[in-house]
Design a protein around this ligand. Structure first.
Ligand code: MD6
Ligand code: FE
Length: 200
């Protein structure tokens, strides 16, 4: 376990041991049985390459209407509760924060990526966002609080946790690509990223 700091991003490399990663994958599979992955459309009508679901009081939705948090899966089903190991992770890493209300579940296949974006649909940007990587490695790009300028990239590996608070909370970031076959955690490959947020 080592902590890397890139600008205001705090990267806890190797935070979750292998057994905790496997247990978390089982928890996420149970969540996805209740709230299946969907491939969102952007308001501009493009399909995202990442598939998404959520757990908690709210899930983040993108469709032709726009981006927003909803208290139900598009199917009308309630979101499953946030798995307890993730609540513990949050309490351990950001003890002063409010309780998380959303765990966004992102699934990347070998060709999925996520363009540079800010997470700003939450009401209180003083609250941190915490992200957990599972499965294949992914190239995480970190930018600035305004669009443009220099960026820095780092490979996120299975078990890594990123804390975004302070300037990093408002900074652009994204995933350029995943490295297929770099992890054996998920039998069919791919990557799961979990982001815990306070929404209201
Ligand atoms: C990803 N993560 O790692 C994409 N957002 O797949 C994010 O977009 C993200 O890692 C907010 C905070 C941390 C993140
Ligand atoms: Fe994000």
């Amino acid at each position: 376990m080592t902590i890397l700091r890139v600008r205001d991003f705090e990267i806890h490399s190797g935070y979750l041991p292998a057994d905790a990663q496997s247990a978390l994958v089982d928890e996420i599979r149970a969540c996805l049985a209740q709230a299946p992955l969907v491939r969102p459309t952007t308001p501009r009508g493009k399909q995202m390459s990442v598939r998404m679901s959520a757990a908690g009081d709210y899930g983040w939705i993108s469709d032709a209407t726009g981006y927003r948090y909803e208290d139900r899966h598009p199917s009308g089903a309630a979101w499953p509760p946030i798995p307890e190991p993730l609540l513990k992770l949050w309490r351990d890493l950001v003890p002063g924060a409010r309780a998380p209300q959303c765990c966004l579940i992102n699934w990347y296949d070998e060709s999925a990526k996520m363009g540079l974006h800010q997470d700003k649909d939450e009401a209180d940007l003083t609250q941190p966002v915490l992200s957990v990587s599972l499965g294949d490695d992914a190239l995480f790009r970190m930018g600035n609080v305004t669009r443009g300028g220099k960026t820095e990239s780092i490979w996120l590996c299975s078990g890594d946790v990123v804390v975004m608070q302070g300037e990093a909370r408002r900074a652009y970031h994204g995933i350029d690509r995943v490295r297929p076959g770099s992890s054996t955690l998920l039998p069919k490959g791919g990557r799961i990223n979990l982001t815990l947020r306070v929404v209201t």
